[in-house]
Design a protein around this ligand. Structure first.
Ligand SMILES: [Zn+2]
Length: 241
């Protein structure tokens, strides 16, 4: 079964929006950006299997394949944060492809000390993830001749080391669980902070964004498209926090 809807936002940018009944995150594939034989970058691979038994990772593999790519050719896997519904399949991706894993230092520390416990609470195994490098606030350029320029923003609040990824040229913002359509990330999990979330949302709202790709779709199967809609959404969600 395929529970992901594929939306292509640019030459190298595919969103895999989760449309299953249970919980899982949206995933993103940046295809053909790295040098070498494993040129793809995968952001937030999500669950392996969710609370309803939907085979999330299997579905992701299938949709990636339908688009003409292979999980085996992922060279880098990025986690916006370490919650199970974003991070569980990271080790599975690494196992399939030998990809390098990356997240923020803050989130890695949180994961080692506290975040792992989420997994047992959800009845899942915490993946063994050894990040090769840490994603820091600032510019990250990937591939030959800086093929893809990404701005990494540390946006804590939902989780202490949550990152958002901004593709300035394409005006695409990948927000993880900081902001959704009509709502914001929960702050009642360990490590959550409403005041930090508010600051993070303020920062993100200042970017020039045409496509907002949230960690989950509150409007089924969709991302937030169009500058006006994105601006209105920021305006609305700021009233909640
Ligand atoms: Zn989360």
């Amino acid at each position: 079964m395929v529970y992901h809807r594929s939306i292509r936002l640019g030459e190298n940018f595919y969103c895999y929006v989760w449309i299953g009944r249970g919980n899982n995150c949206n995933s993103i594939l940046l295809c053909n950006v790295l040098r070498g034989e494993r040129p793809h970058v995968l952001i937030d691979p999500g669950h392996i299997r969710n609370e309803l038994g939907e085979l999330c990772f299997d579905s992701l593999n299938r949709v990636v394949e339908e688009n003409g790519f292979k999980m085996e050719n992922v060279g880098l896997v990025i986690g916006t944060h370490s919650h199970p519904d974003h991070f569980e399949a990271v080790a599975a991706v690494v196992e399939k492809s030998g990809a390098l894993a990356a997240l923020s230092r803050e989130e890695d520390e949180f994961y080692r000390h506290v975040g792992k416990m989420f997994f047992s609470a959800f009845g899942a195994e915490p993946p063994q993830v050894n990040p090769l490098f840490y994603l820091k606030e600032g510019d990250l350029s990937l591939g030959a001749k800086d093929k893809l320029a990404i701005k990494v923003l540390l946006t804590p609040g939902h989780s202490p080391g949550s990152i958002s990824l901004y593709l300035e040229e394409e005006k695409i913002l990948v927000s993880g669980d900081v902001v959704f359509f009509g709502s914001v990330g929960r702050t009642d999990f360990p490590g959550g902070s409403p005041s930090l979330l508010r600051k993070s949302i303020d920062r993100l709202s200042q970017l020039d964004v045409e496509y907002l790709v949230p960690g989950h779709s509150t409007e089924v199967g969709n991302i937030i498209s169009g500058k006006q809609k994105v601006e209105r959404n920021f305006h609305m969600v700021k009233m909640f926090i």
